[in-house]
Design a protein. Structure first.
Length: 362
């Protein structure tokens, strides 16, 4: 997906956003640029100014032209920080930018790895790195997050609010397919589909049927189903039973926060939003803009570094992705961490350690 074709240059739109977004993305961008220079990766990072400041100054969220450039394939990937700012209480710019990108670029796969970097980071007693290593595939374009619904008689005691759970044959099929294909390509055996088909019968029937039909094409995989409440319980009780989990938008949102909690928290959770057909990807730390931490050198940069590793993998730079992951693991092993992970370093010092470690391996 390197663009423009033939130049060997992969343009990357960098949308740092609000709050701690710019602080952590600055280090991620620095790391990618250094790696690109030393290893000849041809990455061309392009800072985009959108976020709350830009919105408050201009009224603009993310211009159509930018959406179109991404949709045309002018960029190989987006590196995204976080959006959300107390000065925009209705969250309009955040919704239009992030949900807009996910929806308009049809980034239907939200891939969220849950991988423990070091024993010291999990609150689960007796669990180590071998026990916590799984990937969640969350459907990213439909389910309960489409905005379909409405309200009647607002502000009265007869108020009614409907939020529709949208499940399409195509949407369900492609997220199940993405998870099954990923498991096959990455040598994973266990794939668990999760829904709430006992209580949500209409959506559940579709998910269940497509799961059985598609699953039959993967005889080498060990397939399993759990209701989502049981999934959350099992993730905490015995996470070692999972390798790949696939589920809908809401359940994936919730289960991946449970996943983040058992693997070290928001400061280390990375994610990719992908469209496997167009090849486009938006890569972001799972965390938000953390306004309380912003500007205080307190944000953990590791989630962003692990996000950069996902981006490098996506662009075919597996060796460099492994270098980044190894450097982050080293930071965890040596306790070169920010306070959210029990360390005493600031954002910059924690980031400097990882960047130096990566460059030492180049
Ligand atoms: P949040 O992820 O910003 O913060 C949740 C908790 O995690 C807080 O205790 C925060 O201090 C901590 N945390 C977050 N990032 C961290 C980091 N890098 N290092 C250490 N600790 C970190 O979620 P919250 O507070 O619900 O939302 C804050 C704002 O961010 C809101 O405006 C929200 O809408 C927005 N948001 C944006 C997201 C995105 O851009 N993808 C995702 C989630 C929230
Ligand atoms: Mg969430």
């Amino acid at each position: 997906v390197a663009a423009p074709e033939g130049t060997g240059v992969a343009r990357i739109a960098v949308l740092a956003g609000d709050g701690v977004g710019p602080e952590v993305i600055a280090h991620g961008a620095r790391l990618l640029e250094e790696l690109s220079r030393r290893r000849g990766l041809g990455l061309a990072l392009e800072p985009w100014p959108y976020g709350a400041d830009h919105y408050l100054a201009t009224g603009e969220t993310l211009p159509d032209e930018r959406f179109r450039a991404l949709a045309r394939g002018d960029y190989a990937a987006v590196l995204f920080g976080a959006v959300g700012d107390p000065r925009v209480p209705d969250g309009r710019h955040a919704r239009e930018i992030l949900l807009g990108l996910r929806a308009r670029l049809d980034l239907y796969v939200n891939l969220r790895p849950v991988r423990l970097l070091h024993e010291r980071l999990t609150p689960l007693k007796g669990k180590g790195r071998r026990e916590i290593d799984l990937v969640i595939f969350r459907e990213n374009t439909e389910g309960l997050y489409t905005g379909a619904g409405g309200a009647l008689r607002q502000g009265t005691e007869h108020e009614l609010a409907l939020e529709e759970d949208v499940n399409t044959w195509r949407g369900v099929t492609r997220i199940l397919r993405a998870a099954l294909e990923w498991a096959r390509a990455h040598g994973k055996r266990r794939v668990c589909m999760s829904d709430k088909s006992n209580a949500m019968r209409h959506a559940g029937a579709l998910w269940q049927r497509r799961w059985r039909e598609l699953g039959a094409e993967y005889p080498e995989l060990e397939l399993r189903h759990l209701y989502v409440d049981a999934l959350c319980l099992e993730l905490v009780r015995a996470p070692e039973q999972f390798e790949v989990i696939v589920t809908g938008n809401l359940f994936g949102d919730i289960a991946s926060d449970v996943g983040a909690a058992i693997a070290g928290g928001m400061g280390v959770a990375a994610s990719a939003n992908l469209n496997p057909e167009s090849g486009l990807g938006l890569f972001e730390p799972v965390h938000g803009s953390a306004p309380a931490l912003a500007g205080k050198d307190l944000a953990n940069p590791l989630a962003t570094f692990l996000t950069c590793a996902l981006l490098l993998d996506h662009l075919g730079h597996a060796a460099e992705a492994r270098l980044v992951e190894a450097a982050v693991e080293r930071a965890a092993a040596e306790g070169r961490l920010t306070p959210d992970c029990g360390g005493a370093l600031g954002t910059r010092a924690a980031a400097d350690f990882v960047v130096a470690e990566v460059l030492r391996g180049c």
